[in-house]
Design a protein around this ligand. Structure first.
Ligand SMILES: [Zn+2]
Length: 454
């Protein structure tokens, strides 16, 4: 079989892997794993407009590891270009895909109107793509076609996220998807897989160990207390799915145990409100403690002082409320969304704080802030940064170098080759070196557009 790397190779986002499997003298089954959008700046935006480097009509199946936009963002474009095969994923991923794709379609259409260009895809393409989805739960091996089998396993990265095992041509390929940063307040640790011939492993943090992993809640507590005594605003850019729910869980505990002073907390994201509803629908996908707590009747995403703001008017009204206050809003990389309005307002305020809790892709506003820029362009306006910039890497939803290594150490059957993917080159290379030196397995960082015979 042949494996093509069309994205997520030497880069974090835009994930697309195409497997061509021979099932007869002339028959080839084509499986695409993920179909993500590239995130970042102008260059990435332009690349997303390019035609796919393969024929969408000839793809038979699309497997989805999870519903982050860098893994699913181009699925409607695939449909628009003629893909009519089956999409396979887990039940929560289906619901979350519907949510994030409808949201991104609106953003894309608005952006295209502003630039006077054809949008990447339209609403009917989202609907068409969603209609092709068939869901499967974790843990059961299914037959795809004669002599091709697959299984979804819990990746612990976001609700419904999966590690995919695929058997074909007498070989086994494992796609890690994104691997979670266990333990988390809501999810299980990534499932242990013990056998593979080939592994595609994520490497977002292939060169880093998350600092202060165990102290993350105390650091969050300290930052809140500091902002409170400064009478400032704590802004937390967060992905509407997973990061927001995880932060809510942590804040819930801090509030319940009186570890932080009483102050209003705003979830200023209509998307996060809808995502939280989906989370409540799937308690069986949570870890033991979280699902036990839900069964006992606790609402993990509701507590005193917490306000969800869906309407634009309510969002604007947040600014009229006197600090101290906490605002959690998207996007998680300050690449758009309501967080930008708050950043424009409060970044020039030395009493306030911007807290980063997730990976910031190169080229995004969030990355520029994190790198220490003293001013930033928001809505074509220069905004001076006087607020404190803090970051807690321990809240990352990605496994760090140590956890990736540990996950890879579970494989007992001799692995032929490991591809380090979904990481910037430096971190992917660092993980490859570690695999070669300590696991003695052949490994490499594939290049975008590269194809290998397995
Ligand atoms: Zn992800």
């Amino acid at each position: 079989m042949k494996l093509h790397f069309y994205g997520g190779a030497g880069e974090v986002t835009g994930v697309k892997y195409l497997l061509e499997i021979k099932t007869g003298p002339r028959k080839i089954v084509r499986i695409l794993v993920d179909c993500g959008i590239l995130q970042g700046g102008k260059e990435e935006f332009e690349k997303n407009q390019n035609p796919f480097p393969f024929d969408a009509k000839k793809v038979d199946y699309l497997f989805i590891t999870h519903s982050h936009i860098d893994h699913v963002g181009l699925v409607p474009k695939l449909y628009k270009d003629g893909f009519r095969g089956k999409i396979l994923t887990t039940p929560p991923s289906r619901d979350l895909m519907e949510l994030v794709l409808n949201d991104s379609q609106q953003i894309i259409e608005k952006e295209a109107r502003g630039k006077n260009m054809e949008p990447l895809y339209r609403k009917e393409d989202v609907e068409g793509a969603l209609a092709l989805i068939r869901v499967k739960k974790y843990g059961k091996k299914h037959k795809l076609e004669d002599e091709i089998y697959y299984k979804f396993n819990d990746a612990g990265h976001m609700l419904g996220s999966a590690i995919i095992e695929l058997w074909a041509e007498g070989k086994k390929v494992v796609f890690s998807g994104d691997l979670g940063n266990a333990p988390t307040p809501l999810l299980n640790p990534p499932a242990k897989i013990t056998e593979a011939d080939y592994i595609l492993v994520e490497s977002t943090y292939g060169d880093k160990v998350h600092e202060n992993r165990d102290k993350r809640k105390e650091i969050l507590e300290n930052i809140i207390e500091e902002t409170y005594s400064n009478k400032g605003v704590l802004m937390i850019p967060a992905f509407a799915v997973e990061r927001t729910q995880e932060l809510l869980c942590e804040l819930n505990e801090l509030v319940k145990n009186n570890r932080i002073p009483q102050l209003p907390i705003f979830i200023d994201s209509p998307l996060a409100v809808r995502a939280t509803k989906i989370y409540k629908k799937y308690p069986e996908y949570f870890n033991k403690e979280a699902s036990k707590s839900i069964k006992e009747g606790h609402d993990l995403f509701k507590f005193s002082g917490l306000n969800y703001t869906e309407q634009v008017e309510d969002s604007k009204a947040i600014n009229r409320i006197m600090p101290p206050k906490i605002i959690i809003a998207g996007s998680g990389m300050s690449a758009g969304g309501r967080i930008l309005f708050h950043e424009k307002f409060y970044l020039p305020d030395p009493r306030s704080c911007l807290l980063i809790t997730n990976f910031q892709v190169r080229g995004t506003t969030g990355r520029k802030i994190l790198e220490g820029n003293k001013k930033i362009k928001i809505f074509d306006e220069e905004v001076p940064i006087q607020a404190k910039i803090a970051s807690i890497e321990g809240y990352s939803s990605h496994a760090d170098q140590k956890a990736l290594y540990k996950w890879l150490s579970n494989f007992s059957k001799p692995v032929k080759h490991i591809f380090a993917v979904q990481g910037e080159e430096k971190s992917a290379e660092a993980l490859v070196q570690l695999i070669k030196d300590h696991l003695g397995i052949s490994a490499s960082v594939p290049k975008s557009g590269e194809a290998v015979e397995l």
